[in-house]
Design a protein around this ligand. Structure first.
Ligand code: ADP
Ligand code: MG
Length: 233
C-alpha cells in the first residue's frame, strides 16, 4: 500500500476559535469554548478528558460530521462550513476515516466484505476492493480471519477490522473516538501499538480520544479537554 497522498497540504485538519453550543430547552449550553488546533500530515495526537467534556463533539466537528457554532474548521484546506452537505460528505469520504468504541461492523458480512465496503461504495471494482481489503486486513493481523463474520471474532479482532475499514481508502487522517474503550488493557495496548505502526507505515494522521493516559502517551502530542477548553497536556 502506498503512503497517504496529502496533495502538498501540510495541515490535514485545522480549526480556529471553534465554539459549539447546543440548545437544551431555553438553555444554550456551550460545550466547546474557543478551540484552536492543527493536525499536521502524518501526526498522531491524543485528546484526553473526562466524560462529558466535549471530546466526541470536538471529533465530530473536526471530521465534518457536525458544524461549529462559531469559528472555522478546514479539512484538507477546505472550510467545511462553505461546502454543501454533498461536498462535505465527499470530502469526508476522500480524506477521513472513522473508528468508534463499538466496531459498527455489519454482522451479516465477513471481515473482508466489511472492509471492502467503503471502496465498493466509491465505485471500485469487486476485484480491486477485495484485493485492497485483504491487503490491509493482512497488515492488521487478520489474514486468517477474512471470511469470519464479526460474531466469530474477538473484541480485539473486531477493532482491528474496524481499523482496517477506516484505513482501506488511504485517508489523510483517522479520527478514533475511544477505539479501545470496550477492550481490556492488554488488548487496548496492542491496538494502540498497531495504530502507531500503521501511522508510521502509511503516514496517516491519527486523532485518538481516550481516557487512558498510558495509551495517550504513545502519541506525539496529548491535549486535554476540560470544560470545553483544550490545552497541551
Ligand atoms: P464526551 O465525548 O467528552 O463524553 P460529548 O462531546 O459527548 O462528551 O458531550 C459533551 C456535552 O455536550 C455533554 O454535556 C452532552 O450532553 C452535550 N451534547 C453532546 N451532543 C449533544 C447534542 N446533540 N445536543 C445537546 N447536547 C449535546
Ligand atoms: Mg464521547
Amino acid at each position: 500500500m502506498t503512503e497517504t497522498d496529502n496533495n502538498g497540504i501540510d495541515k490535514v485538519i485545522a480549526c480556529e476559535n471553534l465554539t459549539k453550543r447546543f440548545k437544551e430547552g431555553k438553555l444554550d449550553v456551550e460545550v466547546l469554548k474557543g478551540i484552536s488546533l492543527d493536525i499536521s500530515a502524518g501526526e498522531k495526537i491524543a485528546i484526553v478528558g473526562s466524560s462529558g467534556s466535549g471530546k466526541s463533539t470536538l471529533l465530530h466537528i473536526l471530521g465534518g460530521l457536525d458544524l461549529p457554532t462559531e469559528g472555522t474548521v478546514h479539512v484538507m484546506g477546505k472550510n467545511i462550513a462553505k461546502l454543501s452537505d454533498k461536498e462535505r460528505g465527499d470530502l469526508r469520504n476522500q480524506s477521513l476515516g472513522f473508528i468508534y468504541q463499538f466496531h459498527h461492523l455489519l454482522p451479516e458480512f465477513t471481515a473482508l466484505e466489511n472492509v471492502a465496503m467503503p471502496l465498493l461504495i466509491r465505485g471500485s471494482s469487486t476485484t480491486e476492493a477485495s484485493s485492497k481489503a485483504s491487503d490491509i486486513l493482512n497488515k492488521v493481523g487478520l489474514s486468517e480471519r477474512l471470511s469470519h463474520k464479526p460474531g466469530q471474532l474477538s473484541g480485539g479482532e473486531r477493532q482491528r477490522a474496524a481499523i482496517a475499514r477506516a484505513l482501506v481508502t488511504n485517508p489523510n487522517a483517522v479520527l478514533a473516538d475511544e477505539p479501545t474503550g470496550n477492550l481490556d488493557h492488554k488488548t487496548a495496548l496492542q491496538i494502540f501499538d498497531l495504530m502507531q505502526s500503521l501511522n508510521q507505515e502509511m503516514q496517516t494522521a491519527f486523532v485518538i480520544v481516550t481516557h487512558d493516559m498510558q495509551l495517550a502517551e504513545k502519541m506525539d502530542k496529548i491535549y486535554s479537554l476540560v470544560d470545553g477548553r483544550l490545552s497541551n497536556y
